[in-house]
Design a binder for this molecule. Sequence first.
Ligand code: PMV
Length: 343
Amino acid sequence: MSGRATVSAPANIAFVKYWGARDLARAIPYHPSISMTLETCRSLTTVEARSDLEHDQVWRADDDGTLSAAPESFAARAVRHLDAIRARSGRRERFRVATRNSFPAAAGLASSASGFAALAVAAARALGLPAATDPRELSVLARLSGSGSASRSVLGGYVEWPAPGAETGESEEAPAWQLAPASHWELSCVVALLETGPKDVSSLDGHRRAPTSPHFARRLERVPERLEAVRRAIRERDLETLGPVLETEAIELHAVAMTSVPPIFYWRPATLAVLARVRELRSEGISAYSTMDAGANVHVICPPEAEPQVAAALAAVPGVQGILRDRVGTGPREEAMDLLEGA
Ligand code: PMV
């Protein structure tokens, strides 16, 4: 038998960050995280499940439809993810996979989140699994990739991924769930691109090293009150409460990274310039707050009416190579396109 599905899944930007894993292989975090799902930064993936293949095949699709072998590291991770999906669903089919991103991969723009969310949802659909229509199960399938943030990208809007453990009462599955749909609060996310190539140190290495930072234990003490503030700010659509927490979270993630052993420096000189410009925008009366994932690029969260001004201001900062304008989005969707066509 064979089944084919094409799915696009979005990246997300974390408000309270997942940084440091209790168990890296199973992506078990120390604490919950909360993110906003984006709309236009997406991965598009076609998966075909086949009983007559001996090995999975993973392709990168170009915009003009040509397929080339996916980079070795992504292909190996995708095959491990597909192995885990097969093991969980009790299926034996092999897959042909073609994928592409609408944005630069591996540059701190959550390409692993969108990429593995798209792969999980498309594989579940290609196999015709009941899980394909169950967001909780899709979240678990996406996390089997080893990318914890992928478990949040299967849902739209504002999403919390709980941490398993006795103190939280969560089982090890700990699927992400939606705090509020995208329609609850329209926020924009303007990304200042400072670097579009792959980063030097992967998030996985960052998670591994995080507990070696002397600031990590202190961070764990502070996260619960931030989670509570972010949940409340989302509920009340209160950007003035949310914004300062976003900025503190991002700076702390990078402070932990820079003081890990060995240290990780994701920032570039222009990162500081963009952060300063965002503070300046606030002093000019524009409600805009910055955050960063594991990379040099800066995401600026603002109301939609401020987006044109924020984008223009960031584009003028020396060192900014480009601007992406995105917003809160509704999550993965099935697409009519077929990236494996002609393969
Ligand atoms: O899901 P991973 O292993 O790619 O890690 C994501 C790490 C951050 O993007 C920096 C934070 C987050 O919560 O998304």
